[in-house]
Design a binder for this molecule. Structure first.
Ligand SMILES: Nc1ncnc2c1ncn2[C@@H]1O[C@H](COP(=O)(O)OP(=O)(O)O)[C@@H](O)[C@H]1O
Ligand code: SF4
Ligand SMILES: [Mg+2]
Length: 320
């Protein structure tokens, strides 16, 4: 059992968007999990299942519709102005497309220095030193400070995005698909950098990806999302060795196994149909239309996330 204290506690978190006149889009619909200090929680699921919305609500870019997020034991919705500003320093986000989030007219040095200015953390020579230091920390160098984002490769831009977050000493970072847009050869480098930074600065990560193979290496535990809810949550090892939810099994069976014999013999579970719309969803299990095991109760009662083995949570009526 991991004894580290929870830095993030998410309780029945919901984020609904009003779309059109009478429709409600339930992007995030009742999340419950913790992230321990120094831990990486992976979050995976197909595009549109609510991962970015969850990340944004947790760092307070969105107000929650219902439920709460505790940071270090304190409800972020009750923060006063000063605490809210402190939280924009403590909780950071890095994005899939670093280019879109880097102002093309600013030098790398000024992009990184902006956070230092906003939070009044350093001026003059000290500011300059901090910018040079953080560039080295992320594998760039101080000559890069006077250049512009377009002069860099995709991997280097992601390093700039990481430097911008890191320079203001965050405690928690939502990594929103930070490697999805990078060449495969570069992905491992960025993941290894994030792992190193976590160790050196005791960072806590929520690491979002649409593909299970990407989160395996970096995550202590993994939450599998489907249509705004978590269907399974377990340690990385348990989830890969003993997936229990039909959706997790389907996701895992689509990842190729390096051994050709095992790959040929592997049982493949095909995911039929598309992810249904999160607008005015029907009652019961959200996976019911794509699940080979769906029974009557699945169409009536939403299965709750329950601990079915030690530290292994599943939301499925097959486990009842
Ligand atoms: N600001 C918004 N207004 C309305 N709907 C939104 C908004 N942001 C996201 N959505 C919808 O919420 C759902 C979840 O989106 P998102 O969190 O971006 O998913 P993911 O990151 O898993 O791809 C999608 O159906 C998306 O269209
Ligand atoms: S609750 Fe029912 S429909 Fe949902 S995953 Fe389990 S068996 Fe399938
Ligand atoms: Mg997203």
């Amino acid at each position: 059992m991991d004894e580290r204290k929870a830095l993030i506690e998410v309780k029945n978190l919901k984020k609904h968007f009003k779309v059109g006149k009478n429709a409600i889009l339930k992007a995030v619909d009742g999340l419950n999990f913790i992230i321990r200090e120094g831990e990486t929680l992976g979050m995976v699921g197909e595009s549109g299942c609510g991962k970015s919305t969850a990340g944004r609500t947790i760092i307070r870019l969105y107000d929650a519709t219902e439920g709460e997020v505790l940071f270090d034991g304190k409800n972020i919705q009750n923060f006063d102005k000063k605490q809210a500003k402190e939280y924009t320093k403590d909780a950071q986000m890095i994005f899939q497309d670093p280019y879109a989030s880097l102002d093309p007219r600013m030098t790398v040095g000024d992009i990184i220095g902006e956070g230092l200015d906003i939070h009044g953390l350093a001026k003059g020579k000290e500011r300059q030193e901090k910018i040079y230091d953080v560039l080295e920390t992320v594998g760039l160098n101080k000559e890069h400070a006077s250049r512009f984002p377009h002069e860099f490769s995709g991997g280097q831009r992601q390093r700039i995005g990481i430097a911008r977050s890191l320079v203001i000493n965050p405690r928690f970072i939502v990594c929103d698909e930070p490697i999805s847009a990078l060449d495969v050869s570069i992905q491992a480098q960025v993941v290894n950098l994030l792992i190193k930074l976590q160790r050196d600065f005791n960072l806590t990560y929520l690491f979002i990806a649409h593909d299970l193979s990407m989160v395996k290496h970096i995550s202590d535990r993994v939450a599998v999302m489907y249509l705004g809810a978590i269907v399974e949550l377990a340690s990385s090892g348990d989830l890969y060795l003993e997936p229990m939810h039909p959706y997790t099994k389907a996701l895992l069976s689509s990842i190729p196994i390096p051994d050709p014999k095992l790959e040929r013999e592997k049982i493949r579970i095909r995911l039929e149909g598309d992810v249904p719309s999160p607008i005015n969803p029907k009652p019961g299990c959200k996976f019911q239309d794509r699940c080979a095991y769906a029974k009557d109760i699945c169409r009536e009662v939403t299965p709750e996330l329950k601990e079915v083995a030690k530290e292994h949570f599943v939301a499925c009526h097959l486990m009842d």
